[in-house]
Design a protein around this ligand. Structure first.
Ligand code: GDP
Ligand code: MG
Length: 822
């Protein structure tokens, strides 16, 4: 769809929709820019701005910034769409997208529509059935679950904050509408302090979604509605999903949401996004609101509940339109007076309405919002506005004895408190604590918190290994069988060697670990979905402070156990730059799942009785080293000052099987995909290097004079002190593309007559040193790339490569000497 601002002089367009906030839409619609009407560009001013248009026979001029919020299609497209989709049926009843008055001059003129105008109108209507809905809400209120339900996507959900760092888009078709859903990162407010807050506001203002879907956690309304009051200030077309309504009911509470929606002037629909309850109603409401919901009516700021005086007539209607009112959150007489004074000053600008409502600008600059102050740069009377702001801020401080920031926040909470007092009924509570409180007392308690955490982790690793053993043996046998069959069918030669020794042995050796990966991720999904992961972050907070970080860093570090690439990206949720840099730099020490096959292979061979314990210790070793490095970095590179730790502990939830299995399977799919791409290619390269140039029929002799051996011999003097041969050196080198390739390389290099001979070549101490080395040296090229893009410089990416290599060498050497007795 084109913007009206993109048309050239003499061109015509048919209006499809008006974007922007309510106040802006109302004004533009009042000027005659209504759906289905033809608008023609008459004349552009010398600097292209403003532009004169003809619409409904009038001449009007718009600034480019205004015209860029009007979407149009060509006359031909409108006619085409009308023919395609909407054969004329019954009486043509014009609706005017912006007003609900019983008679309006535009509607009257539309009613006189000729056949052709009717077609244009229908074409524009068809086109306007493409709508964008943005999901906005606190972390953990169920946005992603709702998004997945509605769009059929498989985004990750988790019972802790910080999982969604980027916006994800999904599509759905509903009742003839093509709806694009945007899952935005969770935020508690939109104050432009943290990257998420900035991101969300930027997305609302610049991407101009047609409808905002504010998802709230009904079992925690006081806090969730705070964000809602800020969205109301922005005057957006909005629907509230009262999500987790099941939990509210489960507590025995009740909410008169029919009353609450009138108080807030926003339609509400109770939903349970884990089982899909209420989602259809929700989208019905969204569509109804989109189609007709532009009734914009503000109330004065006198009474305690701004809607009191409208409630009677609103109650008589049961539709969205009956509810919809643009209310002003009443901040009390002192603040409202100040807002008004600043607003008057802002109104003096012709372009005051373009992006934000003047009221919103006034509220935000009273709260010293630097981003919104930048908006004032385009205003001619910026200095006057800021002077008014300073004057009013002083007045508020004097009268209320508090800063405007705090006073406005308190007023918003006061408003929510009042609204909930009228609508929320607490049910009978059984005496004593809730189950969540009881569990938390133990799990995050002073004495048991840590042991429980460690035991849980240990059990998970143990189970991963022991349960995984069975399917692993089956796959192993299967791969052997296939190798044998294929080998028997093919005649000797390099092609047979490539397929049997290269592809089947190499790739099969990595495929074997799929069950382990699935099991580990199944457990981690359980920890996330139940809410235990958030407790783990909480328990770790004290420790994190010891190393100059805080609880917020824990989630990205935890994610590193999966894959360091998204983990490095997840550090975006850390506001403090120094803490963020440290978290990025130590992230590679979190042992990602690509390294697991290496441990599984070697621990299985050298420590068959204690494999789980050994692997657990390796992971723990990584964590301890990360702590040590964090301490060093915060001392010598980044002096991170600690920001207070705010991490909420969501109630414990029983996860659904469906989401657990889907999460686990998503991981498995990623692993298989990686096997089929990076690992396969890497394996082929390593095979070719190990096969050529001699192509000697005797495998041992061939390998000894291969390119791979040359490379290995070249670098192995450096690694020899640890006890590594050229085979280990080459394996480590091959792991730079992806750590799984280490396993396939070892399988190729150490398979003699179909037997893996590592056990007789290495000593347990050297095997341990090898595991430690793979733990520490940088995970893969992709991670280094992520570090480069997140820190914005190659310097830190190279730094990570160097420090992890040096550290790996030192620690591996120490391990091979210290455990030489094994
Ligand atoms: P987001 O952070 O807002 O994207 O929230 P998620 O979609 O990741 O959900 C957080 C947790 O709440 C997950 O464990 C979900 O299974 C759970 N959840 C989401 N919606 C509901 C709901 O309506 N009822 C209940 N009981 N749990 C829910
Ligand atoms: Mg999410």
């Amino acid at each position: 769809m084109a913007k009206l601002s993109e048309l050239n002089t003499g061109e015509k367009g048919v209006i499809v929709k008006i974007q922007g906030h309510g106040g802006f839409r109302k004004r533009i619609i009042e000027m005659g820019f209504i759906q289905g009407k033809i608008v023609e560009v008459l004349h552009k001013a010398p600097l292209q701005d403003p532009v004169e248009y003809q619409i409904l026979g009038y001449h009007v001029s718009l600034r480019l910034s205004e015209a860029s919020q009007i979407e149009v299609i060509s006359v031909e497209e409108a006619e085409h769409l009308a023919r395609e989709h909407n054969p004329r049926t019954g009486n043509f009843m014009p609706t005017c997208i912006g007003c609900s008055e019983s008679s309006c001059r535009f509607r009257d003129s539309v009613a006189k529509a000729t056949e052709e105008e009717d077609a244009l109108y229908r074409g524009a209507r068809e086109k306007s059935k493409e709508i964008t809905v943005a999901l906005v809400g606190n972390p953990n209120c169920g946005k992603t679950s709702l998004f997945n339900r509605a769009s059929g996507s498989h985004q990750r959900v988790g019972n802790y904050s910080g999982v969604t760092v980027d916006a994800v888009r999904g599509k759905m078709y509903y009742k003839g509408y093509r709806i694009t859903l945007i899952d935005l990162p969770g935020t508690y407010s939109i104050s432009a302090y943290s990257p998420e807050e900035k991101y969300v506001r930027h997305s609302i203002v610049n991407d101009k979604p047609d409808v905002i879907l504010n998802v709230v956690d009904s079992s925690n309304l006081e806090r969730n509605l705070f964000l809602t009051t800020q969205l109301i200030d922005m005057n957006l077309r909005m629907v509230i999903a009262l999500n987790m309504f099941d939990e509210l009911e489960h507590k025995g509470d009740s909410l008169n949401y029919k009353e609450l929606e009138k108080l807030l002037g926003v339609p509400m629909v109770p939903t349970v996004s884990v089982n899909g309850k209420g989602i259809a109603e929700l989208f019905n409401t969204i569509i109804e609101l989109y189609e007709e919901g532009d009734e914009i009516e503000s109330t004065d700021a006198s009474g305690k509940y701004p809607l009191q005086k409208n409630r009677k007539d609103a109650a008589s209607k049961d539709s969205v339109i009956g509810i919809l009112k643009h209310i002003h959150i009443n901040h009390g007489p002192v603040i409202e007076k100040s807002i008004d004074a600043i607003r008057q000053e802002i109104y003096k600008n012709p372009n005051a309405m373009d992006e934000y409502t003047p009221r919103y600008i006034a509220i935000r600059i009273l709260q010293k919002d630097k981003e919104i102050e930048k908006v004032l740069d385009t205003f001619s009377n910026k200095d006057d506005i800021l002077a008014a702001r300073d004057r009013e801020a002083k007045a508020i401080e004097k009268e209320l004895g508090d800063s405007p920031e705090n006073a406005i926040m308190d007023a918003k909470y006061g408003f929510i408190d009042g609204a909930l007092r009228e609508t929320y009924r607490r049910g009978e509570r059984k005496p004593g604590k809730t189950l969540t409180e009881k569990i938390d007392n133990i799990v995050t308690g002073r004495w048991l918190g840590f042991p429980i955490f460690l035991i849980t982790m240990y059990l998970i690793f143990q189970a991963t290994f022991s349960i995984g053993q069975y399917p692993m043996d089956w796959i192993d046998a299967g791969v052997d069988w296939i190798g044998g069959r294929v080998g028997a069918l093919m005649s000797d030669g390099w092609l047979k060697d490539l397929i049997v020794d290269g592809i089947i042995t190499g790739v099969g050796g990595v495929l074997v670990f799929l069950p382990n990966i699935l099991i580990l991720f199944f457990f981690i999904s359980i920890l996330e979905a139940t809410g235990y992961m958030a407790r783990a972050a909480f328990i770790m907070d004290k420790l994190m402070h010891l190393i100059g970080l805080h609880g917020r860093s824990f989630i990205p570090l935890m994610m590193g156990f999966g894959c360091n690439v998204p983990a490095v990206m997840a550090t975006r949720t850390i506001e403090n730059r120094n803490a963020r840099m440290i978290t990025i730099l130590i992230n590679p020490l979190m042992s990602c799942n690509a390294r697991l096959p290496i441990y599984l292979l070697l621990a299985g061979i050298f420590f068959p009785k204690n494999a789980g314990l050994v692997i657990f210790c390796i992971y723990l070793g990584g964590v301890l080293l990360a702590a040590l490095m964090a301490k060093l970095f915060s001392k010598f590179l980044f002096n991170s000052d600690e920001t207070p730790f705010v991490m909420e502990l969501p109630p414990y939830r029983i996860p659904t099987w469906k989401s657990l299995l889907r999460d686990t399977w998503d991981k498995g799919k990623q692993y298989l995909h990686k096997i089929a791409t990076v690992i396969l290619i890497g394996t082929l390269i390593v095979w070719a290097l190990s096969y050529f140039p001699t192509c000697d029929p005797d495998p041992a002799a061939r390998l000894e004079h291969s390119y791979l051996a040359m490379i290995g011999n070249f670098i192995s003097p450096v690694l020899a002190p640890i006890g590594f041969h050229w085979q280990e050196s080459v394996s480590l080198l091959s792991g730079m593309a992806a750590k799984e390739i280490v396993v396939s390389t070892m399988n190729m290099l150490y398979t003699v007559d179909g037997q893996l001979i590592i056990g007789s070549v290495l000593t347990p101490a050297v095997a341990l040193a090898f595991m430690v080395f793979t733990l520490i040296y940088f995970p893969c090229i992709a991670t280094i790339g992520a570090i480069k893009s997140e820190t914005g410089s190659w310097k830190w990416a190279l730094f990570t490569v160097c420090y992890t290599l040096v550290l790996a060498w030192i620690v591996a050497l120490a391990v091979s000497k210290a455990f030489a007795f094994l």
